[in-house]
Design a protein around this ligand. Structure first.
Ligand code: CUA
Length: 356
């Protein structure tokens, strides 16, 4: 019986060890989560092997002979055995519960001085804000430092998940949820939305970069310098790929052509337009919504100029829905979530020259 159990243990252990079931860890939190998995898995392998051993042995040793029609012996329980198979699993389940509780507690601990990053989720994009009003579409994290994400959604429920970092947390409109991540290796990762949030859910991703502490500080101060004019909050601080020239002027109200083009391009990226729309100028090829490459025919059909049509489609997307597409898919809150400067720039960027 022990031999059969041993064979079962070897096979299941091989399946557990030889196949990489979890992504290789890149955070302290993921290390603890991985430990919890192994703790439970080892217990499972032991119990599974024992059960297989008993079952297979019983089938082989006690099977009925071909011409044996007699009844089996009447058995009325076995108190000692029943106590054992109740107490042992109870202890194991309690042990798993205690380990999980300790891991949950530790994984929620951000320490005394975490880096605080605000996370804004919306259909179908992520935006991040660092201390000092630095906004970014890319999540850049320092190595070996607790990062506390303070998250909220502007529309529906999303969920924050970087697979190699383990931690996963819903992002809910109206409340602020938190999660702590402490990166343990540099590299590039992907932040994935892991709550079905609409047609573009699968495209709702953001790049994550983990840098050495010094490189991170350099990045942050550079972004801060590029962002400048924090007073004009709506005008938007600098972000990755933003025009460095635009920063020095800060909260200018009369945007010049170049600055407006830059703001339009930035807004197109930060509002997540590219997650759903094909637009060659922005290098996007998503097919969730209609292509934005040639809007002349669609605008004509709606009886409007291209810029007017673009503006209406951003502010009131359900008014005209292109044939073959569903109403209610495009977020309907851009008029509130974007500033009027951002919408103007976006109209100019998408609607072409006529808009100016
Ligand atoms: Cu956001 Cu799925």
């Amino acid at each position: 019986m022990l031999g059969i159990a041993l064979v079962a243990a070897v096979i299941t252990t091989a399946v557990a060890v030889l196949i990489q079931w979890l992504p290789s860890s890149a955070s302290e939190e993921m290390d603890r989560i991985t430990f919890t998995y192994w703790f439970a898995t080892i217990i499972c392998i032991a119990i599974f092997s024992l059960v297989i051993g008993v079952i297979v042995y019983s089938v082989l040793a006690f099977r009925v002979q071909p011409d044996d029609d007699t009844d089996g012996p009447p058995i009325h329980g076995n108190t000692r055995l029943e106590v054992i198979w109740t107490v042992v699993p109870a202890i194991l389940v309690i042990a798993i519960g205690i380990v999980s509780a300790v891991v949950l507690e530790k994984n929620a601990d951000a320490g005394a001085n975490p880096l605080r990053v605000k996370v804004f989720a919306q259909q179908f994009a992520w935006r991040f804000e660092y201390p000092g009003n630095v906004r970014s579409d890319e999540l850049v994290l320092p190595l070996h430092r607790h990062v506390k994400f303070e998250m909220t959604s502007v529309d529906v429920i999303h969920s924050f998940w970087i697979p190699q970092m383990g931690q996963k947390q819903d992002v809910v409109p109206g409340i602020e949820t938190e999660i702590v991540v402490t990166p343990t290796r540099t590299g590039t990762f992907t932040l994935i939305c892991t709550e079905l949030c609409g047609l573009g859910h699968a495209t709702m991703r953001a790049p994550v970069r983990v840098l050495q502490e010094a490189a991170f500080s350099t990045w942050l101060s550079k972004e801060r310098a590029a962002g400048g004019g924090a007073a004009g909050g709506a005008a938007g601080a600098g972000s990755t790929g933003g025009a460095p020239a635009g920063g020095a002027t800060g909260g200018s109200t009369t945007a010049t052509g170049g600055a407006e083009e830059a703001l339009g391009s930035k807004t197109f990226a930060s509002a997540g337009c590219g997650a759903c729309h094909e637009f060659k100028k922005a290098g996007t090829d998503a097919q969730v919504g209609p292509s934005l490459d040639d809007l002349t025919a669609a605008a004509q059909k709606a009886g409007e100029s291209v810029p007017d049509y673009v503006r209406e489609s951003i502010e009131d997307p359900n008014k005209v829905v292109v044939a073959g597409y569903q109403p209610g898919v495009m977020p309907q809150n851009f008029k509130e979530s974007l500033s009027s400067e951002e919408i103007d720039a976006l109209v100019a960027y998408v609607g072409g020259e006529e808009a100016k």
